[in-house]
Structures are given as structure tokens and as C-alpha cells.
Ligand binder design. Structure first.
Ligand code: ADP
Ligand code: MG
Length: 250
């Protein structure tokens, strides 16, 4: 029996999650929790399981054991309603994967119309407002190929927001961008967080993590080796691997 979820409980609660591919253990018992409205950053070396962790949370990857509760709903339940989960959990990837033959506006409108069957007029109004919110007013009719990487990534964020998620997952969304467009995407994410959106980000942007995160988790080889609020995480990491990593990136 799952108890009804209330917003004072963690919105995401991972308990001892393990994920293996054959004999390879990618996640070896990861526990973390995120409160409503929090911004959580996950950092760590390449291959440490960050993407796997974030994909497990919206059931793109099934876990081997453990528990993931999203608003009290067990993601590992084989009878999980994946559409219901994905309405709650938006996700943006490094590769924005916009439809190249659709305009920015059409890209944002697509899922609410075709997946949720919502009214086209109502969706259009919302999509225009979302494009304005990610500072792309005037680009409604542009095709992805006519936009910079940072602009395309902001269309991808607007597209995800069009499903009205309660939580946004970002997996290295600025990693493929030119340095000058990284900032505009980070500004968008910061503004979202200031409006109270719960955000989980895998990122290498340490300044962003320091300024915006409520809590930082450092993963290495499938485990969380260190975590804490930025104030303590960056100044007094106890774990040797974390310290080495920070000394390379800061
Ligand atoms: P990160 O995002 O931290 O770079 P990933 O979660 O992508 O790490 O990957 C962690 C480890 O799991 C890597 O060694 C990767 O090769 C492995 N891995 C990821 N996905 C698969 C898969 N579908 N099959 C086999 N191994 C995988
Ligand atoms: Mg990754």
C-alpha cells in the first residue's frame, strides 16, 4: 500500500537503488531525497552512473533493486503508469532532439496535443507563453536549424514544460553548447528554480551548482561518496575522490 503523498514529504525518494547491466553494477546502492522546490545537482566523473540515476527516476531505465518514489508513486512497480509518471517528471537531455521539420512553436505544442489530446488553441497560447518565458519570443516560427544550440536547448526546455511537470530533470544540458550560450540556458534553469520548480541536474557547471543548488551529490563508480549543501560541499569535502575532482574543475 502506498500512502497518499503530501507536499511536505520528499517529492523524489530513492532508497538503496541498484542497477546492473549483466554483471556490471552501474549503481551500487544509491539513496537520496529531494524536497519540493529544491534544486539538486549531481556531479561526478564520467561513467560514474549520473545519467543512469537520472533516467531511472522517470523510468527510462528499470532499476535492478531498491525503491524510487516520485510523489509517493513507486517507479519500480511493474504496473507503473509511465505516462502518468512522465507528466509529473520532465526531462531534458544533452541532445535536444527537436523535430527538425517543425517550428519552435510546433515542437512545444506537439506532446500536449498528440500525447495528452489537449485543445490546440489552449496549447498554442501556453506554448507561446513558454517560449517567451525561456526568452524566445519572436522565434516561434523558426526551425531548429535556424537557432543556436542554446536557443534550441531552451526550446527543448519549453517543450518539456508544456507537459506541466512537477519536477524537471536535466542531464548535462549545457555540455554540448558553445560557452557563450551556456549562460542563457543556465539563466533559464535558474529562473525556473526561482519560481519553485523542483530541479535535478547532472552538471559540470560548478559555479551554477554553487549559486543555485540546495544540495549537491557527488557520485563515483556507482555510489554517492559525498553530499551536502554547497557551503560545506565545496569547502570541506571529506572524501578524497571528491577533493581530487573538485581540484581539477574549480
Ligand atoms: P555518467 O552519466 O556518469 O557518465 P552513465 O550512467 O552514462 O554515467 O554510465 C555509467 C556506466 O554504465 C558506464 O560505464 C556506462 O558504460 C555503463 N552503461 C550505461 N548504459 C549502459 C547500457 N545500456 N548497457 C551497458 N552499460 C551501460
Ligand atoms: Mg551522463
Amino acid at each position: 500500500m502506498t500512502m497518499p503523498w503530501t507536499s511536505d514529504q520528499p517529492i523524489v525518494q530513492c532508497t538503496d537503488i541498484q542497477k546492473s547491466y549483466g554483471t556490471f553494477d552501474v549503481l551500487k546502492g544509491v539513496s537520496l531525497s529531494v524536497k519540493k522546490g529544491e534544486v539538486v545537482c549531481i556531479i561526478g566523473p564520467s561513467g560514474s552512473g549520473k545519467s543512469t540515476l537520472i533516467r531511472c527516476i522517470n523510468a527510462l531505465v528499470p532499476i535492478t533493486s531498491g525503491s524510487i518514489l516520485v510523489e509517493g508513486i513507486e517507479v519500480a512497480n511493474p504496473k507503473l503508469d509511465k505516462l502518468a509518471l512522465r507528466r509529473k517528471v520532465g526531462m531534458v537531455f544533452q541532445q535536444y532532439n527537436l523535430f527538425p521539420h517543425k517550428t519552435a512553436l510546433q515542437n512545444v505544442m506537439m506532446a500536449p496535443i498528440h500525447v495528452l489530446g489537449q485543445d490546440k488553441h489552449e496549447v498554442e497560447g501556453r506554448a507561446r507563453a513558454l517560449l517567451a518565458k525561456v526568452r524566445l519570443a519572436g522565434k516561434e516560427n523558426a526551425y531548429p536549424g535556424e537557432l543556436s544550440g542554446g536557443q534550441q536547448q531552451r526550446v527543448a526546455i519549453a517543450r518539456s514544460l508544456a507537459m506541466r511537470p512537477d519536477i524537471m530533470l536535466f542531464d548535462e544540458v549545457t555540455a554540448a553548447l558553445d560557452p557563450e550560450t551556456v549562460k542563457e540556458v543556465l539563466v533559464t534553469i535558474r529562473e525556473l528554480s526561482e519560481e519553485g520548480m523542483t530541479c535535478m541536474l547532472v552538471t559540470h557547471e560548478m559555479n551554477f551548482a554553487r549559486d543555485v543548488a540546495d544540495h549537491i551529490y557527488f557520485t563515483d563508480r556507482g555510489v554517492i561518496v559525498e553530499h551536502g549543501p554547497p557551503a560545506t560541499f565545496f569547502t570541506s569535502a571529506r572524501d578524497e575522490r571528491t577533493r581530487r575532482f573538485l581540484s581539477q574543475v574549480l
